[in-house]
Design a protein around this ligand. Sequence first.
Ligand SMILES: *Cc1c(COP(=O)(O)O)cnc(C)c1O
Length: 369
Amino acid sequence: MGRVTSLDDLPLRDDLRGLTPYGAPQAPLPVALNVNENTHPVPEEVAGQIADEISRALREINRYPDREFTELREGFADYLGHGLDASQIWAGNGSNEVLQHILQAFGGPGRTAFGFAPTYSMYPLLAQGTGASWKAGHREADYTITPDDAAAQVEAADPDVIMLCTPNNPTGTPMGLDVIEAVYEASRGVVIVDEAYQEFAPHDAPSALTLLEGRPRLAVSRTMSKAFAFAGARVGYLAADPAFIDALRLVRLPYHLSALTQAAAMAALRHAPTMLRMVDEIVEQRDRISATLEALDYTPHESWANFVLFGGVADPKAVWQGLYDKGVLIRDVGIPGHLRVSAGTESETTAFLEALASLGDAPSVGSKA
Ligand SMILES: *Cc1c(COP(=O)(O)O)cnc(C)c1O
């Protein structure tokens, strides 16, 4: 029997030819600080309750789950506050699926999606996968962007879907609400504010949720993957106008959220304060990373997330490999002279900082030589 040896032998969609899939390395290293996970496990007392809920759901697993995941939507509305109710909430298997639903409903062939680069690497992949083309705007050297500049770029690009990531991955940069308002005013497409890392921002930092009222083309997405330490459960969600939610119902697969996922997410949400109790500790480690990198003469960028992007790396590939060889996995996000590291537990963070210092790549080492 003949063997398929390459994608070229298959009748693949022309617009997918030559693309490479998302591929952050999943290496079994002792210290994994490369995909911005919460490296603290789910607290033991909550883990037990989640297991109980999953076990209850299992007794009825012969039936399809609640297609509208009503109870879970109510739970997210309560958690988010701002007067939201279940009719304004959507959820999916990770916020990546929620974003895919948005692109399926509002993007698609012949349409364009837009974001200010560098930003989340999945946006172009999700756009391409759903047939839309991706247009990248730009930021200042420090990765901020002014309202006027943002509005001018959006007006020029005239996109159907706009992805605003704040705090931005991979840079950590917050985006002011004035920028989001300006982009909304300058656009005709849907505007998605991806707040995957919002819980790590300063407690008094306003969320784009405060802008939803009167803006039916605006949506704010969140995830349980980061602050909630729930990446493996795959739960993401979004708040928007009820009509926006109706649009997403047109493209989702029926029963897309399994009964087990719904049960686990609801149990975790009921214990939100316990689930989120490591956030302040992670923020402390993030700030410790920034301070130590600065002392080593690297240039960490301001971060409101659970990771730090730092410049001044003479040879990012060599440093990445050097850390890897010492059992520490971080991320080369492809920005020249830069690497990104997630804030881990105190001991993981120490392992990273010590391994990095021992590599002798730091600008301070060079300048003192
Ligand atoms: C990690 C991350 C997400 C979360 O993705 P999930 O599919 O919910 O795990 C979303 N947006 C950004 C910018 C992220 O960094």
